[in-house]
Design a protein around this ligand. Structure first.
Ligand code: PLP
Length: 401
């Protein structure tokens, strides 16, 4: 009996992808090995994070880096670092920010549920621009001047959510932010692959970038990376690390945290509840090493073959199958199944029925309103292709009758 069956659960066929609510990606074997080895000995955490910082800097081209408990935690810590900098008094005060510049400019079209993580630091979001295209009441995207006119003495920084279609283009925002001496915090949590984004964003001139460790990198689900400016990464680290050392003995590696710049030794900060274990740090570093050095094309060819196999098996049911290749390099293909004659209600019902099947099947639900189910192969096992195909044939044939 498997570990989940012992708990009374039935493991699912995850055709949705490396999403957090379904447990993220499959942990790489190298990360499992690192996790186990790391557990056998002890090291001071600030020394381990300093070593992680050097490795992350190497892979991203940033000055420094920190392993966080996920990209969301990286966003909270990144915002906290921009608010407090190396001021121990401000660190102590967060999330209360009344007496400091506390607003982050964010395009209305960049807002999402994830920005709660930024607000959790005490930051206040000030929206700029509109979302005319979504409203269907206009055609223009947010423009850089709209950030510029919103800058006030209360402005602490800029929150930018990166994806290939993000607007305004990041270089424009960087140029504007430099002119106004404002730091930029970038949410790029799900923007790997392509692997080149590690460096393209890490060395782009933005101040801090957040990546997820438990998505494509294949590290532990509750890990992430915050990389960027050394002083800000130091502030983020100080606000996360356990600070119960003796003040006369505490000596973090100077290259990572320059104690001489601090007025006093901060106590536990706002990120103390977002701690990362030595095991998780080592596992993330092992996964990152493998992620940057592996060519994803052979994996993607295999994924394509699986999707073709499913497509062939569905030739007799009433559905349009299309294998969609992303325009973004290195991103795995997906299979879109669009119902021929039915509407979104049927797609919704089919999606729901698949979840009630044995084993439960979870497909991507982001295009249900267009009558489309999405099969993402990244977390599937080879031996799940047959049960997945059977479940799809059954539910799609039923829906015809
Ligand atoms: C996944 C995601 C996050 C959260 O990342 P975690 O590593 O799960 O904390 C934040 N922002 C965006 C855009 C994401 O896709």
């Amino acid at each position: 009996m498997g570990i989940y069956e012992k708990l009374g659960l039935t493991p699912i066929v995850n055709a949705t992808g490396a999403v957090t609510r379904l447990g993220g990606s499959r942990l790489r074997q190298s990360a499992i090995d690192a996790y186990q080895q790391a557990s056998n000995q002890s090291v001071p955490l600030e020394q381990l994070q300093a070593a992680a910082s050097r490795q992350i800097a190497e892979f991203t081209g940033s000055e420094a880096g920190l392993v966080t408990s996920g990209a969301a935690a990286a966003l909270t810590l990144g915002a906290a670092a921009i608010l407090a900098k190396l001021d121990s008094g401000r660190m102590e005060q967060l999330p209360h920010t009344e007496n400091m510049p506390n607003s982050f400019l964010v395009a209305r079209e960049h807002r999402s549920g994830y920005d709660h993580a930024v607000r959790a630091s005490g930051a206040r979001l000030v929206e700029v621009g509109f979302n005319e295209q979504v409203a269907g009441a206009g055609v223009r995207r947010v423009e850089t001047w709209e950030y510029e006119i919103a800058i006030s003495p209360q402005t602490a920084g800029i929150l930018y959510v990166y994806h290939p279609q993000s607007h305004p283009p990041l270089p424009q925002i960087i140029e504007m932010a430099i002119r106004h001496n404002l730091p930029i915090l970038v949410d790029a949590a799900g923007e790997l692959p392509p692997r080149s984004n590690l460096r393209d964003l890490g060395a782009s001139g933005v101040d801090l970038v957040a990546f997820s460790g438990g998505k494509a990198i294949g590290g532990p689900q509750p890990t992430g990376i915050l990389c960027g400016r050394k002083d800000l990464v130091a502030s983020a680290a100080l606000q996360m690390l356990d600070m119960d050392d003796h003040p006369d003995l505490w000596s973090p590696p100077e290259s990572f945290i320059d104690r001489s710049r601090l007025f006093g030794m901060p106590r536990h900060g706002i990120g103390r509840g977002m701690k990362v274990s030595k095991e998780a740090i080592c596992a993330l570093l092992a996964a990152l090493q493998e992620f940057v050095s592996e060519d994803p094309s052979s994996k993607n060819v295999l994924f394509y073959q699986w999707l073709e196999q499913i497509q062939d098996s569905l030739s007799d049911v009433h559905v349009n199958c299309e294998i969609v290749q992303s325009t973004v390099p290195e991103v795995p293909p997906r299979l879109e199944l669009t119902l021929k004659s039915q509407g979104s209600q049927d797609a919704f019902r089919i999606c729901q029925q698949l979840r009630l099947d044995t084993p439960p099947v979870y497909v991507g639900h982001n295009k249900l309103e267009e009558g489309t189910l999405v099969i993402n192969p990244t977390v599937l096992n080879e031996d799940q292709i047959a049960p997945l195909t059977d479940a799809l044939i059954k539910v799609l044939s039923d829906s015809e009758s």
